[in-house]
Design a binder for this molecule. Structure first.
Ligand SMILES: Cc1ncc(COP(=O)(O)O)c(C=O)c1O
Length: 404
């Protein structure tokens, strides 16, 4: 039995949602009339949710404000750090000392800061492509080079090209790996033996490992997320693990994340660099929300994971029946489904017209994740099931008309 509301679609048009604003811009650009379709329309792009937040988080925020919380400069409290480390221990079997945790305004600021602090201008930073798109400007605007390590698809699963990774890591000008685990956009949850192979290369070639584990709580049954530092003790002195509640509890707008840095030297340098930017005080309401998420809202997350599993089944069945040439990547983690539409043989412009134009379906085009994503689409499926079904039905009609 479900306890939470995962059925109400929240129209966030007037709430300043960046995703809904992008949908309205795309609709205008394609001349799409959003009122001309049956059923609900919502964007399937940016990774946040158009669903009511966990009531436990809302209550905690209301209680804090009603209780007179002063909205001044704040440091993480002992209770906050207990909540964070308690969650890591309980959910991930990961033992983190409270002093290893550094709060930042987000995971993107944390990996950008780490790149700027621990690598030198001109250095190469490896990313597995297709990649979470802000990783590219983070590296390039820092004056570092993106070293692309394209994932390879074998037996329907994306895998890391370890031979190429080793070759790239051997280059002394390559000094870091910016790693997404679980992987966005392919939905892979790396297996322990894959992580062990990556760890061996990182250690042997003296790389810094920035492990973006923001999706670590969003793992489907049958898969297990392993925190990268757990596979090899030698990683602890060269790794930052970046985690957050922003995806799993839908509080990205509160601007708060936790970097876990076991090594004191790395931690001190990271802290100094963070503080120099004035990022030393976490968002006071964000801290309340994180603490509530980790101590009170676990049941909400479990229902979200179940919703994502059901929606992935709906999406997979839809493509199997109506577009059998398309390939839906198995969703092991995240709530982002990666669909290969290359067999349709449509160029990027035609595909965009078909989706955002004729089908009023607002997705993340594969090319935003790098050229390796050409012909793919990323669907954010953490949405009420009828909203997904309505979107797929619009796609079916548009495809029927286009291919008639
Ligand atoms: C892999 C990955 N890293 C980072 C982020 C964003 O992190 P933040 O909003 O904390 O900066 C996202 C958001 O979708 C993501 O998918």
């Amino acid at each position: 039995m479900t306890r939470y509301d995962f059925e109400t679609l929240v129209d966030r048009t007037a709430m300043g949602s960046s995703k809904w604003a992008a949908m309205h811009r795309a609709a205008a650009a394609h001349g799409t009339d959003l009122t001309a379709h049956d059923g609900p329309i919502a964007p399937f792009s940016v990774a946040d949710l158009d669903l009511p937040n966990a009531p436990e988080i809302i209550e905690a925020l209301q209680e804090a404000l009603a209780g007179g919380l002063v909205l001044g400069y704040t440091v993480p409290t002992e209770a906050y750090l207990d909540a964070v480390t308690g969650w890591f221990a309980r959910r991930h079997d990961w033992h983190v000392e409270p002093e290893w945790v550094r709060v930042t305004p987000g995971v993107i600021p944390a990996f950008t800061l780490a790149i700027r602090e621990f690598t030198a201008p001109g250095d190469g930073v490896i990313v597995n492509t297709p990649a979470y798109y802000p990783m590219f400007p983070s590296i390039e605007s820092s004056g570092r080079r993106v070293v692309r390590n394209p994932l390879v698809e074998r037996e329907g699963r994306f895998r890391i090209d370890l031979d190429l990774l080793e070759e790239q890591a051997r280059d002394p000008r390559t000094t870091a790996l910016l790693f997404a685990s679980p992987h966005n956009p392919t939905g892979r949850v790396w297996e322990r033996k894959e992580l062990e192979a990556v760890a061996r290369i990182v250690v042997e070639h003296d790389l810094l490992l920035i492990s973006d584990e923001i999706h670590h709580d969003l793992v489907q049954p049958g898969h297990r997320h392993t925190v990268v530092t757990e596979v090899d003790p030698a990683l602890a002195e060269r790794t930052l693990v970046l985690s957050s509640t922003s995806k799993s509890f839908n509080i990205a707008g509160l601007g708060i994340a936790n970097a876990v840095i076991p090594d004191p030297g790395l931690r001190d340098r990271f802290t100094r660099a963070r503080d120099d930017l004035g990022f030393d005080n976490p968002d006071v309401l964000g801290a309340v929300a994180v603490q509530a998420a980790y101590t009170r809202a676990e049941g909400w997350l479990d229902e979200l994971i179940a919703l994502v599993g059901r929606n992935q089944a709906v999406l997979t069945a839809f493509f199997a029946e109506h577009v059998p040439s398309a390939r839906v990547a198995p969703l092991e983690g995240t709530f982002l489904s990666w669909v290969d539409l290359r067999p349709l043989g449509l160029d990027a412009e035609r595909l965009a017209r078909l989706t955002a134009g004729e089908a009023a379906l607002f997705l993340d085009e594969g090319t935003v994740f790098g050229p390796e994503g050409a012909g793919f689409e990323r669907f954010n499926i953490a949405t009420p099931t009828p909203v997904l079904e309505a979107g797929l039905e619009r796609l079916r009609r548009a495809l029927d008309a286009a291919l008639a």
